[in-house]
Design a protein around this ligand. Structure first.
Ligand SMILES: C[S@@+](CC[C@H](N)C(=O)[O-])C[C@H]1O[C@@H](n2cnc3c(N)ncnc32)[C@H](O)[C@@H]1O
Length: 295
């Protein structure tokens, strides 16, 4: 019996267990790389974005044996209401139920499926604005306005640094344009972002890691750049941004500098103040603020 799970489905709703295939679980195998027709069961917390969700559903169906069972669920407000019709469009007969604001769809994988290749192409790695990217990664098809503000504020950096939560490498591309940067570690928890960044950043000074910033061993660095996440598992999570700031401070040498951008309403000043000797506002718009924080 080969069972698999994608993401972190709420265990009070479904009994999801088995090998993890989420791109947000460092080290997990990619669902799209799973041997076709090899799984007996898959429990999939469907992602909120349409292209990302159809890609995951298509990859999951391809990985299941004919007759294998797919349980796909999501909050109704996060795409759950569309899973049934999306699975039907792939040729599946779907039993749907509703529980705790979720839609839960149960499917026995049919012999014949349709439209998988199209969904995989639309949701797979692709180029946008001259960079490799993939639906589901942060701001996948445009430069985020916060990132743009940080880019406009950044001075030339030098020495050894880290890009915490590097995404597809938008900040790194500018940082590495300066020859005084001797090494840049880039870290992201999203495999798709890391794979795109590896295609976008062809520079021997860059080291790109698929791992969790919070557990990465970093110290003695000259600089940190970051646009920290403020969502985890689709929910607003100030603690995650605060953990990034904590890690930035711990990674820097005395006198090292952290450049970060944050949404104006986030309470980051209070997190920065005790961890850095100076904190200066270096740019702002109606929505974002850029800080230079010196250790
Ligand atoms: C706001 S985005 C910024 C991405 C990129 N630096 C940019 O400016 O376009 C935050 C990034 O942090 C990543 N991330 C979230 N939690 C993480 C964690 N615990 N460890 C590493 N990366 C994480 C997300 O996958 C996302 O790519």
């Amino acid at each position: 019996m080969k069972a698999a799970v994608f993401g972190q489905p709420p265990l009070r709703l479904v009994a999801g267990s088995g090998t993890q295939f989420s791109p947000l679980s460092p080290g997990a195998q990619a669902l799209e790389a799973c041997t076709p027709a090899s799984l007996d069961e898959l429990t999939l917390l469907a992602p909120p974005g349409v292209l990302e969700r159809r890609y995951a559903l298509a990859a999951g169906l391809a990985a299941l044996k004919p007759g294998g069972v797919l349980t796909a669920l999501a909050l109704k407000t996060a795409g759950g209401g569309r899973i049934k019709s999306e699975l039907e469009a792939f040729g599946c007969a779907v039993q749907e139920s509703a529980k705790a604001h979720h839609r839960i769809c149960l499917v026995a994988r049919p012999n014949a499926l349709t439209g998988l290749d199209e969904a995989m192409a639309l949701g797979g790695p692709q180029q946008a604005g001259g960079l490799w990217t993939q639906p589901g990664v942060f701001s996948w098809d445009r430069i985020d306005p916060g990132t743009a503000l940080l880019l406009a504020s950044l001075p030339p950096l030098k020495g050894v640094g880290v890009d915490l939560g590097c995404g597809i490498g938008v900040l790194a591309r500018d940082v590495l344009a300066h020859p005084a940067v001797t090494r840049l570690v880039m870290i992201d928890i999203d495999r798709r972002a890391v794979e795109a960044a590896r295609r976008n950043i062809d520079d021997p000074r860059a080291e790109i890691l698929w791992t969790d910033v919070r557990t990465a061993p970093l110290e003695g660095l000259d600089f940190v750049v970051m646009n920290p996440p403020f969502h985890a598992a689709g929910q607003k999570d100030d603690a995650l941004g605060a953990a990034f700031i904590d890690k930035a401070s711990a990674s820097l040498r005395k006198g090292g500098v952290c450049w970060l951008v944050a949404n104006r309403q986030l309470p980051y000043e209070a997190v920065l103040a005790p961890r850095f000797s100076t904190v200066m506002l270096k740019g702002q718009t109606g929505l974002y603020k850029v800080y230079e924080a010196r250790r």
